[in-house]
Write a protein that binds this ligand. Structure first.
Ligand code: G6P
Length: 615
């Protein structure tokens, strides 16, 4: 977690750093700070709390002058040391000439601290980061790059760093190991950031740093080195997102905007993967980007691993693979998988899903699978992320930047990718025929318009949320695909509204969960699997008899729940295996509206971060 930025150019650095940090607040928001290099040397200002407290401090003059055209900044999600002014970054050496911002964890910081203290250094903060500033100072002899490279030799753990020094003032040093860092190449100015949205105001030309690489940013050029000091050449990448894609676009919150982005994101993710062959004209799927050929049909098993919302996409992937391809499929929580003793087979195919492409547990699971010799397909939203760079093959979700901590459009576009891969597998294995495929493609194409239709009626959910606002327990239940959507819906609600919400496989209700049901409970039953309607109907009656308020989410042509449930929400009819993309939308909206009614900020839930780059 944590977001870092840096700027060197001809403009005042402080406002640029603050605007960059605003784009990164989703990475952490318990404190923030900046350091600026100007004629008067190095000035630092930092503050506990949201970024606006730092801004107020700078404006009120409590922070110093902060003028100068080079600087670094940080927004924090605490790991070592509570959120406080002192523990906020940037951290400086004893003399205050070197400033460091850091995203990651220095695992051997206690040992380094003891060693530095034995050499007379006194520490001010409880952070792991402060050792870096002192270590660089220890090796500093007028050349900041050399001092940084020397210091890196002693660091264990993960880091993305931005470093400036008043005795070497014409450059910023940036390095990374297992934490993301992007370099923005502007005209007469260069920047660093943890993520692309923080750069877009200045440039769309970026360099992605690899692990154990350093960048040296001057005003007019950037140099790259290995951690051993060898010169590296790097290719510039052009980012297609525009700055507006990373803004709220008139919505009150990013979460609501991103829920509304889904129709377009679904189309953007699907369209580039469709083609028409002929004559006679026949629609098919093209997955050239992930190098699909006949050899894939020999896969013995598909394992899908991920965390959080992406794990729920993985569960739906398991059901989709079993249903569409008849290949054995498993869905695993990456943080469990990495510590198990899993059995690998070289014929396994691993699909690793991560919006950010930076989740530490997910990356660890991928690396284990890769070591075993299995083929790895990454599904991620972030071009150039660690997952994208280390996987064998990458399929991007073209959702655009997802800023709200609670994932919405990343989830539905992850599902779109999963369905495309499963259908292509099915075609290769003969479980889907050439004649049958266009029916699936049509259904996939309709999902965007159907999502639009659902969103046009969002006030129905808003009203319902208003009525149910006092419910202290909200349970979601469903079977098969609907169970996975229940898990995602319960997660959404607890993430943003702090309601006690859980998901149950409806068949498990009688094995325990029903003991929790009383008249303070709302039970939402997701019912899109027609073979199980009767069973779901009974489950709804069971919870209703115990006093629960009940809501059902089902298709617009199904009336059988009208008499059973208190309220029925309808989604457009689609193929039953594709229904999760639609049935999750009312649940996303419900979570959003409950959070807003409780006066909470759904974009920045307490204790959570968008990207969990530590274990
Ligand atoms: C965090 C976020 C979740 C997200 C999960 C996995 O917990 O708060 O919204 O689903 O990480 O993130 P990833 O980037 O790997 O999809």
């Amino acid at each position: 977690m944590c977001g870092i930025v840096g700027y060197i150019g001809s403009e005042e650095a402080a406002p640029i750093l603050i605007r960059g940090l605003k784009k990164l607040e989703y990475r952490g928001y318990d404190s923030a700070g900046i350091a600026v290099l100007g004629a008067g040397g190095l000035e630092v200002c930092k503050s506990k709390g949201a970024l606006r407290f730092l801004e107020e401090k700078i404006q009120s003059g409590t922070g110093k002058a902060l003028t100068g055209s080079a600087g670094i900044g940080h927004t924090r999600w605490a790991t070592h040391g509570e959120p406080s002014d002192i523990n906020s970054h940037p951290h400086t050496d004893v003399s205050g000439k070197i400033a460091v911002v850091h995203n990651g964890i220095i695992e051997n910081h206690a040992k380094l601290k003891a060693w530095l203290e034995a050499h007379g250094v006194s520490f001010r903060s409880e952070t792991d980061t402060e050792v870096i500033a002192h270590l660089i100072d220890f090796h500093f002899n007028g050349d900041l790059l050399q001092a940084v490279l020397e210091a890196l030799k002693r660091l264990e753990g993960s880091y993305a760093l931005g470093i400036i020094c008043e005795e070497d003032p014409e450059r910023i040093i940036a390095v990374r190991r297992e934490s993301p860092l992007v370099i923005g190449a502007g005209k007469g100015e260069n920047l660093i950031a943890s993520d692309v949205p923080a750069l877009l105001e200045h440039t769309r030309d970026v360099y992605y740093l690899e692990d154990r690489e350093a960048a040296v940013l001057y005003r007019d050029h950037v140099e790259f080195y290995s951690e051993e000091g060898e010169v590296r050449r790097k290719e510039l990448s052009h980012v297609e997102w525009d700055a507006a894609a990373a803004e709220k676009g008139g919505y009150a919150h990013f979460m609501l905007k991103e829920i509304h982005d889904q129709p377009k994101a679904l189309t953007d993710t699907l369209r580039p993967r469709l083609k028409t062959d002929g004559p006679p004209a026949r629609r098919s799927i093209s997955l050239e980007e992930i190098g699909f050929d006949g050899s894939w049909a020999e896969a013995g098993r598909v394992v899908i691993a991920a965390c959080g919302t992406a794990w729920h996409a993985a569960m739906i992937g398991k059901y989709a693979f079993e249903h569409l391809t008849r290949i054995p499929a498993d869905a695993d929580i990456a943080s469990e998988y990495r510590y198990r003793d899993p059995i690998f087979d070289r014929k396994d195919i691993f699909i690793i899903i991560s919006q950010s492409g930076e989740t530490a547990d997910t990356l660890a699971a991928m690396r284990m699978a890769k070591k075993s010799g299995a083929r790895i397909i990454a599904i991620t939203n972030v071009v150039g992320s660690t997952l994208a760079r280390e996987a064998d093959l990458v399929m991007y979700t073209w959702a655009g930047p997802e800023i709200a901590v609670a994932s919405t459009k990343a989830f539905t576009t992850q599902l779109m990718c999963i369905y495309l891969i499963a259908l292509q597998f099915g075609l290769l294995r003969g479980t889907i025929t050439e004649e049958g495929l266009p029916g699936y493609i049509d259904a996939l194409e309709q999902l965007s318009g159907q999502a639009d239709k659902l969103l046009a009626d969002k006030e129905t959910i808003q009203r319902f949320a208003y009525q149910q606002f006092n419910k202290s327990k909200v349970f979601y239940m469903g079977r098969l695909f609907d169970y996975a959507v229940s898990l995602e819906s319960a997660l959404k609600l607890k993430e943003v509204s702090y309601t006690h919400s859980e998901a149950f496989a409806a068949g498990e209700l009688k094995h325990g969960p029903i003991a929790l049901v009383d008249d303070s409970t709302l039970v939402v039953a997701i019912c899109t699997q027609s073979a199980l309607f009767e069973k779901m109907d009974s489950n709804i009656k069971e919870v209703k008899a115990r006093g629960a308020a009940t809501a059902v989410i089902t298709y617009d042509d199904v009336s059988r729940f009208d008499k059973t449930a208190d309220v029925v929400f309808r989604i457009p009819r689609t193929l039953e295996s594709l229904s999760p993309i639609l049935s999750v939308i009312p649940c996303q909206l419900y979570a959003y509206y409950i959070a807003v009614q409780r006066g909470l900020d759904p974009d920045k839930p307490r204790n959570l971060a968008k990207s969990v780059t530590v274990e």
